[in-house]
Write a protein that binds this ligand. Structure first.
Ligand SMILES: [Zn+2]
Length: 313
């Protein structure tokens, strides 16, 4: 072994030890030095890619995946863990897709976005009970592929439910029921409660306060609207059918009545905005003119004082 090779090996060993000690920046410097001294083993590049991924995780997953793909099937010691380049590559690929799917579904509740989430959930489910290495190393959380898939399945079915609720409330309730099962598996009580509320609401039937039409689907085809219901009116009201029974401050309106009222309100709001904007412009023009006027007078006064000063000298 040449002197240079020995130096390269020393730097690599030092880098590996520093990872065990949690000194990741120093570890990376030593691995870079090892590469400069001629080390071109897969281990050094895999560890370097991991150290570069750590501070930005879960960003730049593609860049890390490209390195892992160059050296498939290699086991490397990362601190106290033995990690495999092919498994790392798969996690980078899946997480990159999953995050994109979650962002898309958050923005647009469409059938396509719901299906994409379910598809990526299936791929996570294939990992089974093995823990996700990157989540473990970089986020200090122990989560198996199967557990991660439950969250994605739940989000997927919630998205499908939201996507179809306008045309098919019954189908929406079925999808939300699926989401509820996955959230129960995740033992996430908050999400389960939200799913339950949606299912209860979407199958609820009321009569619109305004037009009397019978409508199914709370927060979809009918909505509560703030209202003042006086005692005599309340005494003549069919509580079950037209208002949320626990709150006499609201009446139920079908989506058609609600949107008509809302649109009318918006028109008046827009008119009011135009009026105030116009008034503000007028006021600004007036104050600008006054300011210019006053500035002119101040300038004249300054000239006059200067002229008196000159004559007194
Ligand atoms: Zn109505």
């Amino acid at each position: 072994m040449s002197r240079k090779d020995r130096k390269a090996a020393e730097k690599f060993d030092k880098g590996s030890n520093l990872i065990s000690q949690g000194k990741f920046d120093d570890a990376l410097k030593n691995l870079d030095k090892s590469i400069k001294k001629g080390n071109c083993s897969p281990d050094v590049y895999i560890l370097k890619a991991m150290l570069e991924l750590r501070p930005v995780y879960p960003g730049h997953l593609q860049a890390a995946k490209e390195v892992f793909d160059k050296y498939p099937g290699i086991d490397v010691e990362y601190g106290n863990f033995t990690v495999n380049s092919s498994k790392l590559s798969l996690e980078c690929e899946l997480l990159d897709i999953a995050l994109a799917c979650l962002v898309a579904a958050d923005k647009d509740k469409t059938v396509e976005n719901g299906q994409a989430l379910i598809q990526i959930a299936n791929r996570y489910a294939e990992i089974g009970d093995d823990n996700l290495i990157l989540e473990n190393l970089f986020k200090n959380t122990t989560v198996s592929g199967r557990n991660y898939s439950l969250t994605l399945f739940a989000r997927g079915y919630e998205t499908l439910s939201e996507a179809v609720k306008w045309d098919d409330p019954k189908k929406a309730a079925e999808y939300m029921q699926q989401a509820l099962f996955y959230n129960q598996d995740r033992e996430n009580a908050e999400d389960v409660a939200k799913n339950k509320e949606f299912i209860d609401g979407v199958s609820k039937t009321v009569h619109c306060w305004f037009c009397g039409k019978e409508v199914v689907g709370r927060n979809v085809h009918f909505v509560p609207m703030y209202s003042k219901i006086t005692e005599p009116i309340l005494s003549q009201t069919d509580l079950e059918a037209t208002i949320p029974t626990n709150d006499a401050q609201y009446v139920y309106a079908c989506r058609a009545c609600y949107s008509a009222i809302d649109f009318n309100g918006y028109k008046h709001f827009k008119k009011a905005c135009e009026y105030t904007d116009g008034k503000i412009s007028e006021l600004k023009a007036y104050t600008d003119a006054r300011c210019n006027d006053l500035q002119g007078q101040v300038n004249n006064l300054v000239d006059a004082v200067n002229s008196i000063n000159r004559r007194l000298r």
